[in-house]
Design a protein around this ligand. Structure first.
Ligand SMILES: [Zn+2]
Length: 352
């Protein structure tokens, strides 16, 4: 495992659902601190400042992952839970989870009725999250309480980081957006060695999956001149997705978001990214969504406006227990983002 692979594994496996981000925040602060001054905003976002002069370049990647919160324990010892972030209910049944109880982590499974007991009607029906429960192997509310579990405890997907067959593809949970965080850490490492004509503010934002909350608060602290949002992107190269829905391919290069539900990127910054990719011979993929948004939603509307663009690393099976990314895409995204940042001097930023 090289340094990047180790960082991706650490960031993928660490726990941190929206609002319960302290563990991932500690890890991120530790990864950032050798490369700049580390600050926090008051809702938990972690900010690393690197450099002293020139325009303020904000890099944003959200550190929260989608998960759940326990809200009820039944007399029989089953946990009812609410989603934190956008789950598709169908990917949940039968999955392992970890309840972060006050006495320590408690493993469990999202219960599903065995097929043997399902009627023909039931087999065709989707089960909604509100009908599901978590089973930690307890037989009563008292047994659950003895494990230290109570309403308000966060619940995290249980999924180990795995290197796939060719050694260049990775599978794991929370790639949205721990891959963006790994990109950000790698950029800080790189710019600790190379001079850059600006001050980098690398921001691990809190609570993106419940409405881009940390982007709003951290922007107040950073007050950026220009911003790059480092994200994942949806892969369209799996069965059931038409090319016109998504043409993004795993291993096809990093992507740039041309449009999403809450932001149209700054066009000059967008073109700077496209031209830079062309100069470097990096294949760049294009995506556009009306049903997705990023931290850019808040950042680009900060004060009188901040030129902002979103870069993505193509990811299969986003918002599930196991996404898949390609190492080539990651490395090219680092290369592209680094080259764009290196160009963002006073004059260039003023012209955006
Ligand atoms: Zn995301």
């Amino acid at each position: 495992m090289d340094e990047i692979e180790t960082t991706l594994k650490q960031l993928s496996e660490v726990h941190g659902v929206p609002g319960y981000e302290e563990e991932v925040a500690q890890l991120v602060a530790g990864l950032m601190s050798p490369h700049g001054e580390v600050l926090r905003d008051r809702i938990g976002s972690v900010i690393c400042r690197q450099g002293e002069a020139g325009p303020k370049v904000m890099l944003a990647a959200h550190m929260d992952e989608i998960g759940f919160m326990v809200h009820h324990v039944s007399a029989e010892g089953f946990l009812r839970f609410l989603p934190l972030g956008g789950w598709w209910d169908q990917v949940l049944l039968g999955q392992r989870v970890i309840v972060r109880a006050r006495k320590g982590p408690v493993p469990g499974v999202i219960g599903a009725k065995p097929p043997h007991l399902l009627s023909q009607e039931e087999r065709k029906k989707l089960v909604e999250l509100k009908e599901m429960y978590i089973d930690v192997g307890a037989r009563s509310r008292e047994e659950v309480e003895a494990l230290g579990i109570r309403p308000g405890d966060p619940v995290v997907p249980d999924s180990a980081f795995t290197v796939l067959a060719d050694g260049r593809r990775y599978m794991g949970k929370a790639f949205d957006d721990r891959v963006g965080l790994a990109l950000m850490v790698e950029l800080l490492r790189r710019f600790a060695r190379e001079p850059h004509p600006n001050t980098i503010y690398a921001v691990a934002t809190a609570m993106e999956e419940v409405g881009c909350r940390g982007a709003k608060t951290s922007c107040e602290l950073v007050d950026p001149d220009v911003a790059l949002v480092l994200e994942v992107d949806l892969c369209g190269d799996v069965p059931g997705i038409k090319p016109e829905e998504s043409a993004i391919k795993l291993g096809g290069g990093p992507s740039i978001w041309l449009l999403d539900a809450r932001m149209i990127p700054n066009l000059r910054l967008r073109d700077l990214v496209i031209d830079t990719a062309e100069e470097l011979g990096i294949p760049l993929q294009f995506s556009a969504y009306t049903g997705a948004a990023t931290d850019g939603a808040h950042i680009h509307m900060h004060r009188s406006g901040v030129p902002t663009v979103v870069l993505g690393v193509p990811t299969r099976h986003i918002h599930s227990h196991a996404g898949i990314i390609s190492r080539e895409d990651f490395d090219r995204a680092v290369q592209l983002a680094a080259a764009v940042i290196a160009k963002l001097d006073e004059e260039r930023v003023r012209a955006l």
